[in-house]
Write a protein that binds this ligand. Structure first.
Ligand code: NCD
Length: 308
């Protein structure tokens, strides 16, 4: 039995297979409509989410399966003091696979050790968000036709943004010649474990800059992120940082004609709504890719026999 804790749980060949399956699902959704008819997905969300939880649920429903779960710690037995290990032992009796989001780094890993069903990390604190990375990889591959030889700008809260950490790790360790421009205020730079253990250790070409305008002309992909309010220790720092970047129509004039904008969403102020009409704005399309990739992931982890 396999779990998914990090995008690195998959080799490059396995990633290729998964993304190809997601592609096929996007093109022929009907073919997969009954592949999970007798299966159940549990969504155990100890932290708020719209996209991730609903896209997991939509994914399972699109496969013909059923869903059960909770959407906040307050509505689960965690509020009575139950450990994640005990919760997962119980959930293993009710469902075939589960997706867990938790504010504590490592909680889904602890759950996976006590689980008799596959556990998917749907975001653990400021650490990792592997299914968002699978979504991002599918989006980039679909739009640019490749995952190698790219210059990717990551902008915003690079310190607390778990989607950024997972995406950098996957691109560096699974693909070649990806360059990074890390765009953030000084206080929100990537953590040292990403800078030193991933980027420097693998001799990746990267630069850290503060001004979005300086980076824009070089990029093939711009990955915008929101400032992660819930991970700040005080409100004042958040208020000071929250509108540091606002991508608008005028700034988009500096970008290449084929530079796509991604954002894991939710957006706050970092992308002005006027940019939504730009053909390079790919963040809502990205949300659709997220459903296809989660369908592919559920089929893969459940080892379902695929229709021909
Ligand atoms: C992201 C997350 O939860 O880390 N959202 C998501 O899953 N699409 C990004 C965020 O909350 O800013």
């Amino acid at each position: 039995m396999r779990h998914l804790m990090s995008p690195l749980d998959f080799s490059v060949e396995e990633l290729e297979k998964l993304l190809n399956l997601a592609d096929d699902i996007g093109k022929n959704p009907k073919k997969y409509a009954h592949t999970c008819d007798d299966k159940r997905l549990a969504t155990l969300f100890y932290e708020p989410s719209t996209r991730t939880r609903l896209s997991f649920e939509a994914a399972m429903m699109n496969l013909g399966g059923k869903v059960l779960g909770f959407s906040s710690a307050g509505s689960s037995s965690a509020s009575k003091g139950e450990s994640v290990a005990d919760t997962i032992r119980v959930v293993s009796c009710y469902a075939d696979i589960c997706a867990m989001r938790h504010p504590k780094e490592g909680a889904p890993l602890v759950a996976s050790m006590a689980s008799s069903i596959p556990v998917i990390n749907a975001g653990d604190g400021g650490h990792q968000h592997p299914t968002q990375t699978l979504t991002d990889l599918l989006t980039i591959r679909s739009l640019k036709g490749r995952l190698d030889n790219l210059t990717i700008g990551l902008c915003g809260d690079l310190k607390f943004g778990r989607t950024v950490h997972s995406l950098i790790e996957a691109l560096v360790l699974r693909y070649s010649n990806v360059k990074f421009v890390l765009i953030s205020p000084e206080e929100l730079r990537v953590p040292s474990y990403i800078r030193e253990d991933i980027l420097e250790k693998n001799n990746v070409e990267f630069e850290e800059v503060e001004r979005l305008e300086d980076a824009l002309p070089k990029l093939d992909i711009l990955y915008m992120t929101r400032v992660q309010k819930e991970r700040f220790f005080n409100e004042e720092d958040y208020v000071r940082m929250k509108d540091f970047y606002i991508l608008d129509k005028q700034k988009m004039e500096l970008a290449k004609k084929d530079m796509y904008i991604l954002h894991p969403l939710p957006r706050v102020n970092e992308i002005s709504t006027e940019v939504d009409a730009d053909p390079r704005a790919a963040y809502f399309k990205q949300a659709q890719y997220g459903v296809y990739v989660r369908m592919a992931l559920i089929l893969t982890l459940l080892e379902v026999k695929l229709p021909c």
